[in-house]
Ligand binder design. Structure first.
Ligand SMILES: *[C@@H]1O[C@H](CO)[C@@H](O)[C@H](O)[C@H]1NC(C)=O
Ligand SMILES: *[C@@H]1O[C@H](CO)[C@@H](O)[C@H](O)[C@H]1NC(C)=O
Ligand SMILES: *[C@@H]1O[C@H](CO)[C@@H](O)[C@H](O)[C@H]1NC(C)=O
Ligand SMILES: *[C@@H]1O[C@H](CO)[C@@H](O)[C@H](O)[C@H]1NC(C)=O
Ligand SMILES: *[C@@H]1O[C@H](CO)[C@@H](O)[C@H](O)[C@H]1NC(C)=O
Ligand SMILES: *[C@@H]1O[C@H](CO)[C@@H](O)[C@H](O)[C@H]1NC(C)=O
Ligand SMILES: *[C@@H]1O[C@H](CO)[C@@H](O)[C@H](O)[C@H]1NC(C)=O
Length: 276
């Protein structure tokens, strides 16, 4: 296990496409999550085993609520099942987090979650493609908004808890923010990388996943004036790696196209082979 963890750490440092790690300016920790102007189309090589957001609107539209409506907000959490993600990730007891909404005026309710377009394993580990020298990631993640809350799914082995209410107007402002967030934050990052397991550790990289999205949304709702509170403590799953201070060695194209870095490039490729 430790061999592969060292391997993965190297990969993270070299291939963290979502992060802005720079060599010549003073490094900021954790490395800020990189925002994009807009979401690119995914590479056609990436193929979802489970289609992304099958019952959501094709264009990701979120229905508009009347300003005077009262919208209840729910915390939704449930374990991710092993069969979906293979042995390694299943054993880690990963929890999935989402947010529910219900409209007082129409009685309609909705679920909103943020997850991987091409399954969690592909976001966690890159792959080697026969025709591409650099390891390749299918690691986009995105927000999915769809009608209905499956009460049984969330409450049977997890949590379905009402956190409070917001106005229709606040909901609509949040919906606009979700669209922007979804266009600019496009890569899923499974790992949290820290200097050590202690409470005062430095975080080198933060994860970017479903629970981070839920937290961003709660923050946005409080900024908009909502009062939400939970009766119970929420535990979130994080997968930690521990390492010394990372240093930036080059981007994808630099490492995998320069003959001088061939050994490094081969080490990284061998890492991918040994862990896939
Ligand atoms: C991603 O993962 C799924 C299963 O977890 C697999 O079916 C699919 O082929 C993988 N690869 C790509 C390129 O999407
Ligand atoms: C977020 O982006 C994905 C990928 O483009 C898209 O399928 C989805 O509908 C978008 N979600 C929202 C809420 O805009
Ligand atoms: C959501 O709506 C469905 C269908 O009306 C209902 O069965 C369910 O209890 C509602 N859930 C919540 C949390 O409002
Ligand atoms: C709850 O957990 C049990 C036992 O692990 C499982 O059989 C059942 O399908 C789960 N229920 C839901 C709604 O996921
Ligand atoms: C963590 O930092 C706090 C405040 O600086 C200090 O009181 C505490 O002893 C530190 N804990 C450890 C385990 O280093
Ligand atoms: C969260 O974790 C704490 C400490 O491990 C535990 O005591 C508590 O029961 C957990 N809460 C839930 C809702 O799982
Ligand atoms: C990769 O880094 C090189 C210099 O190290 C730079 O010229 C190039 O634009 C970078 N490529 C990308 C895609 O960022």
């Amino acid at each position: 296990m430790s061999g592969s963890v060292v391997c993965w750490l190297n990969l993270l440092l070299f291939l963290q496409v979502g992060a802005q790690l720079r060599d010549n300016i003073r490094q900021q920790w954790p490395v800020p999550y990189r925002r994009f102007d807009r979401r690119p189309a995914a590479d056609s090589y990436c193929e979802a085993l489970f289609p992304f957001c099958p019952t959501g609107d094709d264009d990701g539209q979120i229905p508009s609520m009347s300003d005077t409506d009262v919208i209840s907000v729910y915390r939704l959490q449930t374990p991710v099942w092993e069969f979906k993600y293979g042995d390694l990730l299943g054993k880690l007891h990963i929890m999935h987090d989402a947010i529910g909404f219900s409209s007082k005026e129409t009685g309609a309710n909705y679920t909103m979650e943020w997850y991987e377009l091409f399954q969690l394993g592909n976001c966690t580990f890159p792959q080697l493609r026969p025709d591409v020298f650099a390891p390749f990631w299918c690691n986009q993640g995105a927000a999915c908004f769809f009608g209905g809350i499956d009460d049984t799914h969330w409450s049977q082995n997890g949590t379905l808890e009402k956190l409070g209410e917001v106005t229709g107007g606040q909901f609509n402002d949040m919906a606009q923010w979700v669209q922007d967030d979804n266009e600019t934050g496009i890569y899923y990052e499974t790992w949290t990388v820290r200097s050590d397991p202690g409470p005062n550790a430095t975080a080198w990289f933060e994860s970017y996943d479903c629970s981070q999205f839920v937290h961003r949304t709660y923050r946005k709702l409080s900024e908009l004036g909502a009062k939400l509170s939970s009766r119970s403590q929420t535990n979130y799953t994080k997968i930690y790696l521990y390492s010394g201070e990372p240093s930036y060695l080059g981007n994808d194209s630099a490492i995998f196209s320069q003959p001088a870095l061939k050994n490094l490039a081969m080490d990284i490729r061998n890492c991918v082979i040994s862990t896939s």
